[in-house]
Design a binder for this molecule. Structure first.
Ligand code: HEM
Length: 437
């Protein structure tokens, strides 16, 4: 069993729907103040125990960047025992992640990627009143403490249509984790070893990550935050220009995503949307690809969901070691239906990945499966929805008698910034608070 009472809630619990969320970035200017912050915040952070409590859908999580652990005075030997990618930080990994051009760290929203964000506090709740209550408690942990500065904030909220900004239902597919007691969404996918997502347990390769000292990593994990701006008007215009009529627009959108906007998967209803299926959490993720759709006639190999989780595809190697927990929350206003001109508003997704292996999980998926097509024989075709396509991306829709080829796909998603973080277990937070270096 996982030690749920020592694991932060945000690691294992899917977010509520609907939701409101706030991310707060803090800088530690004084290591003793930083340690006091860890002590106070540990009292506010919720653990993953008691999943059935009505309050378990409101939580506060805390995560630290590598510069943040340094600012706390964590000994070098301990720092060196953490993941290499985490120590590099997201900005240093930009080229591998496809963060070039408008997504280049030089263009990022400050202070993301600058080394100044040391701690990120996340509060998530089903409604604004309860969010305000927990935020208030979280704020007490750093308010009027000299040596701690709040330097960044991002508010997120479910859009009125409860879809992500491009208009698709999200938050559907989640891996099932051994010992978590939380059911997965696809009964065809065997449980994943806990060490894929939580440090200190055996993973799919038979290894167990250990840190120095062990308590630092035990029941912790890594979290990748990425603020992803979505060019919604551009996406809509592109669909209109590439499709033959309104129905074809919806079909093309579904082929690019692998699901209709309702969430219904092409794998189960390839010819038309089925909103009832899309809304049914017991059915909308119950499928594999290989058995009956090897060639992608239903779900194209290049679609967003098939690339990011090829499930049973033999061609992609072992998908199980590249699985990810996702915790995306939307920010910015809805672009009203039918509007095709950009209104200049910043809108998109605060993407959050959770997993114990940043390199073979998030980075692998982002660089090999999102931004390359070689793995399934599609050359340099990138993800048609989120790929770093520049002005000339292409996408193939397998079809009989002739495949459909979509050209000239621009970037629909721009990285505004992000951080690689370490999310300690609750006992590790106390260990950090009691450092004496
Ligand atoms: C603005 C950016 C993004 C948008 C709009 C978006 C949208 C979506 C939607 C609508 C789904 C289907 C519903 C669901 O299962 O939740 C999905 C699934 C998924 N996305 Fe994304 N996504 C974005 C970024 C990313 C990134 C950066 C990654 C990884 C590097 C990623 C990985 C995945 C994975 C693994 C799935 C689940 C696939 C499955 O198991 O079927 N997404 N995304």
């Amino acid at each position: 069993m996982l030690e749920l009472d020592d694991i932060q809630s945000g690691v294992l619990r899917p977010r509520p729907a609907p939701y409101v969320a706030t991310y707060i970035g803090l800088r530690i200017d004084d290591r003793n103040a930083g340690r006091e912050l860890m002590r106070r915040v540990a009292a506010v952070v919720t653990s993953a125990a008691n999943p059935d409590s009505p309050l378990s859908d409101t939580w506060v999580s805390v995560a630290l960047t590598y510069p943040g652990l340094k600012a706390l005075g964590v000994p070098q030997e301990s720092l060196d025992s953490l993941s290499w990618e985490f120590r590099q930080g997201m900005a240093a990994r930009a080229k591998d992640l496809g963060d070039v051009g408008q997504s280049d760290p030089q263009q990022w929203e400050k202070p993301l990627g600058s080394g100044d964000v040391h701690v990120i506090i996340v509060a998530v709740s089903p409604n604004a009143t309860r969010l305000e209550e927990v935020l208030d408690r979280a704020r007490q942990s750093y308010k009027s403490m000299s040596g701690i500065e709040a330097i960044w904030r991002q508010d997120c909220h479910a859009l009125p249509n409860e879809k992500e900004p491009f208009g698709f239902k999200d938050g559907i597919s989640h891996p099932a984790i051994e010992g978590s007691g939380i059911p997965g969404t696809n009964p065809h996918e065997p449980l994943l070893k806990a060490g894929e997502f939580v440090i200190g347990y055996t993973d799919e390769l038979g290894g167990t990550q250990k840190t120095v000292p062990e308590i630092l990593g035990r029941n912790g994990t890594y979290v990748v935050f990425r603020k992803l701006h979505q060019r919604v008007a551009e996406f809509r215009k592109f669909l209109k220009a590439s499709a033959n009529n309104a129905d074809d627009e919806e079909l093309l959108a579904a082929k690019m995503m692998g699901r209709w906007r309702s969430g219904a998967p092409l794998a189960l209803c390839p010819f038309h949307d089925d909103p009832e299926l899309g809304a049914d959490a017991r059915r909308n993720n119950v499928f594999m690809f290989e058995e009956d759709d090897k060639t992608g006639l239903k779900t194209p190999g290049g679609s967003h969901i098939r690339r990011c989780n090829p499930r049973d595809a033999a061609i992609a190697g072992v998908a199980r070691i590249h699985r990810m927990i996702r915790r995306g929350t939307a920010y910015g206003p809805l672009l009203p239906d039918g509007v095709l001109e950009d209104d200049g508003a910043d809108r998109g997704l605060m993407f959050a990945f959770v997993g114990a292996h940043i390199g073979r999980q998030f980075e692998f998926v982002q660089s090999q499966w999102v931004n390359d097509g070689v793995f399934f024989g599609a050359g340099d075709d990138k993800d048609p929805v989120i790929g770093s396509n520049g002005p000339g991306g292409s996408f193939t829709v397998p079809r009989k008698p002739v495949r459909r080829r979509i050209q000239g796909i621009p970037n629909f998603v721009v990285t505004r910034g992000g951080e690689y973080c370490f999310m300690p277990g609750l006992r590790a937070l106390s260990w950090l608070a009691n450092l004496e270096t």
